[in-house]
Design a protein around this ligand. Structure first.
Ligand code: PLP
Length: 424
């Protein structure tokens, strides 16, 4: 692997594992490798460390530690919450969610549809927000759960979870929030939010991939998703991933410490990046609300060119960013989030997400602002649509943006040594 410097502006995809987290995990890979369910001290000492990590994770979200169930990831947490709501209320077969959720919710609901369950996917407005009145009206007598993400992974747009949970409570319906993108970026307080379930994924806040948690409000009826041993107080079968649980605990402590930095320094870097791009590059616009969003995220549409071509050229100079969610990379489909916000497919395909974090500095933003305008100008130069403002031309006379972008991408693929038609 090359040792060149990486300018990592994709912290919503995943984050660097903090050195403090690695240090906390190592003893549980090398010396303290006992099974926490074993009766002897070599095991029970490990079990104590799981409980210490649970207390730290609970502190991050202001929960009772007994309400924290460790899972393998955000996806498992999301699937588990919905599955539990359906299994514990067999007469209720309807789910309310939104059109902009992560695939861990959208695809699970589509899977459930084939098994006779119904889902209402609430639309969003052009700034990515939802209409709470419409949400309230969509709740039916057979609604088992409302699942709404707190922060959108692509745009950073926030949903008012506290209000959504209050509506659910007034209707006697369970409320879940996918808070995977919120942890470490916003203060998370399950008591204030009033939700019944909340999902987190540790690789979004500087712990490794493959560990997450599901908060389950005390006294909420619960059906486990993985059935086996009686780990996690019978709420998740399977021997605990001890090193990763310990890593999550340490990362949770660091997330609390870094929260101020995220909302001041990182926010200022994000704003400088966003304002810099919008000012330096014509025909660009921000996707999503300006204020009601995460402090680290910006999603920008670059007219007349495809994001995939921009990302390829950014990669060549060591800059990591993304279009849409990382889980759908390789797909030619435009982002379902941006389409739901009413962007036309061409503009959605020309949109790039930049997401910053604790380890970013002003140098990263300067570097991007130095390279991106040149990259966009180069791409637009090979795009017939790029030499004039397409919006000033009537729709039927406009050149095909997709064709132009394909031509641009073809040139780039040759430069990058990639065969035509290959996907990355
Ligand atoms: N929910 C959101 C909003 C996400 O951004 C992600 C990851 O990208 C997930 C869920 C899935 O988390 P994991 O990768 O831990 O399964």
């Amino acid at each position: 692997m090359s040792q060149r410097k990486i300018y990592y502006l994709d912290n919503n995809a995943t984050t660097r594992v903090a050195p403090e987290v690695v240090a906390a995990m190592l003893p549980f890979l090398t010396e303290q490798w006992g099974n926490p369910s074993s009766a002897y001290a070599f095991g029970s000492e490990v079990a104590k460390q799981i409980e210490a990590a649970r207390a730290k994770a609970a502190a991050l979200i202001n929960a009772d530690p007994r309400a924290v169930v460790f899972t393998s990831c955000g996806t498992e947490s999301n699937n588990t919450a919905i599955h539990s709501a359906l299994m514990t209320q067999p007469g209720k077969r309807h789910i309310v969610t939104t059109a902009v959720e992560h695939s861990a919710i959208v695809k699970f609901c589509e899977y459930l549809k084939k098994r006779g369950y119904e889902t209402t996917f609430l639309p969003v407005q052009s700034d990515g927000s939802i209409d709470l009145h419409q949400l309230e009206k969509s709740i039916r007598h057979d609604t088992a759960i409302v699942s709404a993400m707190w922060a959108n992974n692509e745009t950073g747009v926030l949903f008012p979870i506290q209000e959504i949970a209050a509506i659910c409570r007034s209707k006697g319906v369970l409320c879940h929030t996918d808070a995977v993108q919120a942890a470490g970026k916003l203060p998370v307080d399950v008591e204030r939010l009033g939700v019944d379930f909340l999902s987190l994924s540790a690789h979004k806040f500087h712990a490794p991939k493959g560990i997450g948690l599901l908060y389950v409000r005390r006294r909420t009826r619960f059906q486990s998703y993985l059935i086996g041993g009686n780990q996690e107080r019978d709420r998740r079968g399977g021997t605990e991933n001890v090193p990763y649980i310990v890593g999550l605990g340490r990362a949770a402590e660091l997330a609390v410490e870094h929260l101020h930095d995220e909302n001041t320094r990182v926010r200022a870097l994000r704003d400088r990046l966003e304002n810099g791009v919008l000012a330096a590059i014509p025909n660009t616009s921000r996707n999503g609300a300006k204020d009601e969003r995460l402090p680290n995220t910006t999603n920008i549409a670059f007219d007349f060119i495809e994001a995939e071509a921009i990302l390829l050229m950014l990669d060549q100079v060591g800059i990591c960013a993304s279009s849409g969610s990382a889980c759908t990379t390789g797909s030619v489909e435009p982002s379902h989030v941006l389409l739901a916000m009413g962007l036309n497919p061409a503009r959605a395909r020309g949109s790039v997400r930049f997401s910053l974090g604790t380890y970013n500095t002003g140098e990263d933003v300067d570097y991007l602002l130095e390279h991106l305008p040149k990259i966009v100008a180069k791409l637009r130069a090979v795009s017939p649509a790029g030499t004039f403002d397409v919006k000033s031309v009537s729709p039927e006379l406009r050149p095909s943006r997709a064709g132009a972008a394909r031509r641009a991408k073809g040139k780039l693929r040759i430069q990058a040594g990639l065969p035509h038609g290959s996907r990355r």
